[in-house]
Design a protein around this ligand. Structure first.
Ligand code: M6R
Length: 625
């Protein structure tokens, strides 16, 4: 969370910083700011709220500078106001820093600095760093050494950008367990938390690795380890085709991304599975070729490796966790290997029981989620085989696992995940088929049949999207609800969880998802005629039992809604409203049942006038633990 940018060159810095920040606004939009050197003096311009506020400020001030750093914030320490917005300055007002991450020992440092006469003006953990550098610089007169001295006192994981009017021809960047990329062109250097922001200007990229400091000039970058050793690394050339960030006529990115799902499925499935008769191919040769991607990726685990696996552990957060739960059902069904799914943040401070026979799978759209990265890194350190599923092959996740499956979604702009969820689920189907073929836990005939059915899913998705208008009208009947309950069983239990999460994050209506069978164990107490209960039900192993659970809700006068297949007569008699989907085998149903729930959340949120693409308090990339 939070995005850092920097620019040093011969052009005007403010428009470059602004455009770079725009590419990183997904990382947080509580405030934004820049620090530039104008006529030899440091100037900080910052504003609470979305980037548009900073944009207006820059328009009115029209600063003239060719060097600067910038920041877009997701608040951790201190409310989102102008004062807590980055950049933060030292006492002298000659040095400014931007920061991503958390300084865990900031309170002790703050106390010490104040006792030593420093005046700190924000509630952030960040500001102490500017003052520590100031103290060190006063002693050494060497900014690089001062930064090194300051970071030696910090605890936590963080990335920093530093600018000083004492050295206007240089920028400094620090990376400690985060991501930072420097872009180099003939006339200028660029800094950003995500290479997406840099790729709009140059395709020559140098990534900072862990515990490194970069000394950046307009024509060069030098890297140093925290202990002062020079580090040699050659920049890589990446495909710098600019990302197309365009609503393409849709009212919101979210609606566009929901509609892109059939295409995304075709792309992701088509990349790894060309035909039902063919094997799934995750090899590196089939892997690379993304925008801003300098990595080659794939899965190098062999059939012999798969045979050793006695347990699969899936770690993820939020929507990716729900995809992991879908993955559990699929992998257990096809491969016969026990699978556990853990919320990645719950893996901290606990004994991680993995062995060399465990396969740990991290699922993360961004590949930057701190909790997920920590969990997979720890699993790898304990000898587990590891694999990542991500939409970003250039992310941190790609660095911590040798096996990577990439979802072919393009950039997901909306903060709420939709298309990446179905693509992550698609990857689990592909992985399970790949492993099952290798382990021979499915017959060739069944494998072929499943592959054919999987490849047919995008066309079914299109049929649901064609019903959008009906889904909208039915959804809006419930737009005034204060609470909603989502239930499902088996493969559709994760979809109930995902439906509830989507509604919460988009509309701010309180919603909970439950395993349908759990309703009677407590949650049923909240039901009355005011509470809509949305049941996800498709014919299959748990159909009858799910229907019985729905009857229990009906007996409490709840408003009865279902996501159910066309022609389901029993559902028609049980539910007041049906968001229908085409008939589908239960095994593939999560790929379809989620879509009406995404649309329901979207339409209700839009009706309520919520900020659909950038819901309050959220960030797309959650890089703090
Ligand atoms: O980038 P990741 O997939 O690791 O992100 C995980 C969650 O933060 C993310 O899915 C979050 O729950 C979204 N807001 C869901 O819409």
């Amino acid at each position: 969370m939070c995005g850092i940018v920097g620019y040093l060159g011969s052009s005007q810095a403010a428009p470059v910083l602004l455009s770079s920040l725009r590419a990183l606004e997904y990382r947080g939009y509580d405030s934004a700011g820049v620090a530039i050197i104008e006529n030899g003096r440091l100037a900080v311009l910052k504003a609470a709220g979305k980037l548009a506020n900073l944009e207006s400020l820059l328009e009115s001030k029209n600063p003239q500078a060719t060097v600067g750093i910038g920041h877009t914030r997701w608040a951790t320490h201190g409310v989102p106001n102008d004062q807590n917005a980055h950049p933060h300055m030292d006492c002298s007002g000659t040095l400014a820093i931007v920061h991503n991450g958390i300084i865990e020992n900031y309170q002790a440092l703050r106390q010490e600095l104040m006792e030593n006469g420093h005046t700190l003006s924000s509630d952030t953990d960040t500001e102490v760093v500017a003052h520590l550098i100031e103290d060190e610089f006063r002693t050494t007169g060497d900014l690089l050494a001062a930064i090194r001295g300051a970071v030696g006192r910090l605890k936590g994981a963080y990335a920093l950008g530093v600018v000083s009017q004492q050295l206007p021809e240089k920028l400094y960047a620090v990376n400690h367990h985060y991501s930072l990329a420097v872009g180099l062109s003939d006339q200028a250097s660029y800094l950003a938390s995500d290479s997406v922001a840099v790729c709009q200007y140059t395709n020559r990229i140098l990534r900072l690795e862990q515990s490194e400091i970069a000394e950046i000039t307009a024509s060069d970058v030098k890297l140093y380890s925290f202990d002062g050793q020079a580090v040699s690394r050659t920049p890589v050339m990446v495909d710098s085709n600019p990302f197309v960030i365009d609503k393409q006529g849709y009212k919101h990115f979210l609606l566009k991304e929901i509609h892109e799902q059939p295409l995304i499925m075709r792309q992701t499935l088509g990349k790894y599975l060309k035909h039902p008769e063919k094997p799934v191919d995750f090899s590196a040769a089939n892997g690379s070729g993304h925008h801003c991607d300098d990595t080659s990726y794939g899965v190098s685990l062999t059939a012999d490796d798969f045979k050793k696996i006695d347990r699969i552990l899936i770690v993820a957060c939020g929507t990716a966790y729900h995809a992991g739960l879908v993955g559990k059902y699929i992998l257990e069904e096809l491969c016969g290997i026990p699978v556990e799914v853990e919320i990645a943040s719950e893996m901290r401070g606990r004994k991680l029981l993995v062995t060399g026979n465990t396969l740990t799978i991290a699922v993360s759209q961004s590949g930057e989620t701190a909790d997920t990265l920590a969990a997979i890194t720890e699993a790898a350190a304990r000898g587990s085989m590891t694999l990542g599923i991500t939409n970003r092959p250039d992310s941190h996740l790609a660095l911590v696992t040798p096996n990577l499956i990439v979802t072919e979604c393009g950039i997901e702009v909306s903060v709420a995940a939709t298309k990446t969820f179905v693509a992550q689920c698609a990857c689990f189907y592909l992985l399970a088929l790949h492993m099952a073929d290798a382990l021979k836990t499915v017959t060739p005939e069944r494998s072929r049949d499943l592959k054919a059915k999987l490849l047919a899913v995008p066309a079914l998705m299109e049929q649901i999207l064609a019903r959008e208008d009906t889904i909208r009208l039915k959804s809006l009947r419930h737009a005034e609800a204060h609470d909603m309950v989502f239930v499902g069983r088996g493969l559709n239990y994760p979809i109930a969880l995902e439906g509830a999460l989507k509604l919460k994050e988009l509309s701010y209506i309180h919603a909970s998802g439950y395993a349908a069978g759990e309703l009677k164990h407590g949650p049923i107490a909240v039901l009355d005629h005011l509470v809509p209960v949305i049941t996800v039900i498709v014919p299959g192993a748990v159909y009858e039992k799910t229907l019985s659970n729905a009857q229990e809700a009906r007996a409490r006068n709840a408003q009865m809604i279902a996501v159910a297949v066309d022609g389901d007569e029993q559902a028609r008699k049980t539910f007041d409203t049906i968001l229908s989907i085409p008939p589908v085998e239960e095994f593939f149903s999560p790929l379809l049942t989620v879509i009406p729930l995404q649309l329901l959340s979207y339409f209700i949120a839009d009706y309520l006038g919520k900020d659909v693409d950038q819901p309050r308090n959220l960030a797309k990339s959650v890089t703090v633990e």
